[in-house]
Ligand binder design. Structure first.
Ligand code: MTE
Ligand code: MOS
Length: 790
């Protein structure tokens, strides 16, 4: 077997092939979970009854009127659950609740012959509620000490020593908003009991094995009786790591009780009002710098708004704590993390999984403190980069720390940073009512699941006797191009053209016990497993070929569908002919592959260990222009350099980097979730429940110039074909957009003062920031960054 990172000559990894479903996506031929229902007869549709209170007790429920609605077949209630009435893995998410925990919480589900019948049936269900006191804002939750789950602390060094006698000490507060996933395909499931009595569920899920586990426990069945398939998702972004389970369980329960297939697809409003989002955070911090501007100490308390149930809030907080250092060495650290419980949707994974929140805190600190230290933000950042040999606060050596500097230096040149900084200054001097801002920020993101057990994957590779190849692996496709990469990996490992490899949908009866496709590790893990399976097959084929070619098995080469003795491509045979012969010699032509990431360990309580296989690095420069009358802005130019190791599939990776940046910038600049915090009748209601009120990035917000490059000669040893994960890290490059807006807003006031900026930095927020800057005129510092040593 070859080493994991080595690439054979002529392999298809690294080729710029289009996404395997690109044509199907753009022609409408790509099918999604909810497209499959119409193929079944007798299909039932599910519709929820959503509670109109943020917090309430259900005091009476009468479903009889619903059953009088024409076309209504059944109302699913808690009494129907044969197993466990819970939709999660923490035991705190009743599928049919008696206590409403958030506005929009589904209390029962109605099944009907048509969507309209189910919807009208849901309107006819009579529910009486006794409203209870609710907590909506994170401030109220903190004041009420309403927390959930474990609290954890990340510690290194001696925080008192760090602050003692430090040249500069600052402290402040920062609160920032969450984010709606807004995947194009909302949550969907389709279930039926098949001819053998097995429960078969099609689900738009990033974690089919856990969807299987939850559906089984709701039904009181064992995992072996339930199969979950995920054909593809129209986006997941973390929102389908844990949220799909309950919907799959409802569909499965309905099909078991009625004997008919059941489909459930949330419409956009239901998805927005019922499913969890990125966690909003509140941070209180204190930081110390030495004379030269080097970070000495960071003390902080991060509070995330977890919503009504725990969901993934604990691991999200762990990742936030593990990324509060971002790219910077901080000798003395004490950061405390806690999760507020509020009466809102249960906040969950979202691209970056807490990493962006942790990173935003330190980037905000540096952006705010640089002027107070008399330096420029980009120089302060660069000064504090990890150096080779240094370790993170949780004790992991920062491997390839020098890549960060290389990347930074390259990007400053390719992005023409210094010249443009001069241009921006000249522009700002000449324009009193329009200002430009230019910022560069780095990303260092740990790759692997903190939860060590998740770092395993399986695959099933079949070579049929005609030489065609079918692969199956435990990862799911959500648009990120994992399947494309896996086809390239299999084709490379077997030495055949990509066109010979077909990939079958992800199913729990093919590859069991899979991890969520998450933490950006899909390609690393499943690629490792596929390569392992292919190599087992190739080894057997080598034995057969060696006999036919008269060479040692180790000297047989597989390339582009040919099999030949090392150094003699002319003396080869066709891969298909070899497979045919091997079959007749009774050779096993399929294999199950397995991969576990080596060298990981993590102590969740002590917050210490080496949870990551490696770090993904990147940096971005953003230039914006802000209008002083309205706060409106546009993005003039973005330059990105991202370290993806040796790319498995460059077109896919470019798409991931572009999409990640835009999604990150959207979170920080446009997308604002607002809940009704009043004491009125709509308290707790999500006010932004459609694209009309929740502003997503669209074509008009795209950067006018968008240069994305992947770092060259960046082989990552120990990862499949030398690649690195790309799914999440680029999201955090969007922080540069926020920092550029800070620079532009600051340019409306005198130099050398700190500039605060709300997050998201909507045009409205930018207007108030620049208004604040304009009113200073060199007078007292506004806001709450105070020099603690004054
Ligand atoms: N890209 C697209 N197009 N759609 C998605 O839903 N999810 C992101 C990222 N890129 C996502 C995406 C998230 S949250 C993760 S963790 C990774 O893809 C997961 O896939 P990977 O492990 O194969 O990179
Ligand atoms: Mo991604 S947030 O790890 O699904």
């Amino acid at each position: 077997m070859t080493s994991l990172h080595e690439r054979p000559f002529g392999g298809t990894v690294g080729d710029a092939v289009p996404h395997e479903s690109a044509t199907a996506h753009v022609t409408g031929h790509a099918l999604y979970t909810d497209d499959l229902g119409v193929r079944l007869s007798n299909l039932l549709h599910a519709w929820p009854v959503q509670a109109p209170h943020a917090h309430a007790r259900v005091t009476r429920m009468d479903t009889s009127q619903a059953l009088n609605v024409s076309g209504v077949v059944r109302v699913l209630t808690a009494a129907d659950v044969p197993g466990t009435n819970d939709a999660g893995v923490k035991g705190d998410e009743p599928l049919f609740p008696t206590e409403v925990m958030y506005h929009g919480h589904p209390v029962v589900w109605v099944l009907g012959d048509s969507i309209d019948a189910a919807r009208l049936g849901a309107l006819a269900v009579e529910v009486e509620y006794e409203p209870l006191p609710s907590l909506i804002s994170i401030h109220d939750a903190i004041a009420a000490e309403s927390f959930q789950g474990a609290q954890s602390t990340l510690r290194r060094g001696d925080i008192h020593l760090g602050f003692e006698g430090a040249a500069h000490t600052f402290e402040g507060e920062f609160e920032f908003g969450g984010q709606e996933h807004f995947y194009l395909e909302t949550n969907a499931a389709l279930a039926y009991v098949d001819e053998a009595g097995q429960i078969f569920i099609q689900s738009s899920t990033q974690h089919p094995s856990e969807t299987q586990e939850i559906a089984a426990h709701v039904l009181g069945l064992e995992a072996a009786q339930v199969t979950v398939q995920c054909l593809r998702m129209g986006g997941g972004f973390g929102g389908k790591e844990m949220q799909p389970h309950g919907y799959a369980a409802i569909a499965a329960l309905g099909s078991v009780l009625t004997g008919r297939p059941v489909r459930l697809r949330l419409n956009r409003t239901q998805d927005m009002t019922m499913t969890g989002k990125r966690h909003p955070f509140h941070a209180r911090w204190k930081v110390a710098f030495d004379e030269s501007g080097k970070l000495r100490a960071l003390q902080a308390t991060l509070t995330s708004d977890g919503g009504w149930s725990l969901d993934l809030s604990e691991p999200v907080m762990a990742r936030a704590l593990c990324h509060i250092d971002n790219a910077y060495y901080i000798p003395h650290v004490e950061v405390h993390g806690r999760i507020a419980r509020t009466n809102k949707t249960s906040q969950t994974a979202f691209r970056g999984f807490g990493g962006p929140q942790g990173m935003l805190v330190i980037e905000d600190i540096l952006g705010r403190c640089a002027p107070l230290l008399g330096t420029q933000a980009h120089e302060l950042r660069r000064l504090n980069f990890y150096q080779p040999g240094e370790a993170t606060p949780y004790g992991q050596p920062v491997r390839h720390a020098e890549r960060l500097e290389d990347l930074w230096a390259q990007l400053l040149v390719s992005g023409n940073f210094e010249n443009r900084q001069r241009e921006v200054r000249a522009f700002n001097d000449a324009h009193p009512h329009t200002k430009r801002g230019l910022a560069i920020t780095p990303v260092k993101f740990g790759i692997s699941f903190n939860f060590t057990a998740y770092n395993q994957a399986g695959a099933l590779v079949h070579v049929y006797k005609d030489g065609s190849v079918l692969i199956n692996h435990g990862g799911t496709e959500m648009g990120q191009g994992l399947h494309t990469k896996m086809i390239q990996v299999a084709a490379t490992a077997l030495g055949v053209p990509v066109g010979w490899v077909r990939l079958a949908p992800t199913r729990t009866d093919k590859v069991p016990n899979t991890s969520a496709t998450a933490a950006s590790s899909g390609a690393d893990l499943n690629g490792g497993a596929i390569k392992n399976a292919c190599e087992q097959i190739k080894e057997r084929l080598s034995g057969v070929a060696a006999g036919a070619l008269g060479v040692h098995p180790n000297d047989v080469r597989f390339e582009e569908g040919l099999v030949f003795p090392l150094g003699h491509p002319d003396k080869g045979m066709d891969f298909k002919a070899l497979v045919h012969d091997a079959y007749h010699l009774r050779t096993q032509l399929w294999a199950a592959g397995f991969y576990r990431t080596p060298g990981l360990h993590w102590d969740r309580v002590a917050m210490h260990g080496e949870p990551f296989k490696y770090f993904a690095y990147g940096a971005a420069i953003t230039e914006v222009e802000v209008d002083g009358f309205s706060g409106l802005y546009r993005t003039r130019r973005v330059d990105i350099l991202q370290d993806v190791g040796d790319s498995l599939s460059p077109l896919i990776d470019l798409g991931q980097v572009e999409g990640g940046y835009v999604q990150g910038a959207g979170w920080l600049t446009l997308e604002e979730l607002r809940w009704d915090e009043s004491d009125g009748p709509n308290r707790g209601r999500l006010s932004t429940q459609a694209a009309s009120t929740y502003k997503l990035p669209s074509f008009s917000e795209m950067p006018e110039v968008f240069n994305v490059a992947l770092m060259e000669r960046a082989t990552e040893s120990g990862v499949v074909y030398g690649s690195k994960a790309v799914g999440e890290p680029p999201l955090m490059l969007g922080i540069s957009a926020r920092e550029a807006l800070r620079q532009a807003a600051a340019a409306f006031g005198p130099a050398g003062r700190t500039q605060e900026l709300a997050s998201p930095a909507t045009p409205e927020a930018v207007f108030w920031a620049l208004e604040n800057a304009r009113q200073v005129h060199g007078a007292a510092q506004p806001g709450n960054v105070v020099a603690a040593d004054d």
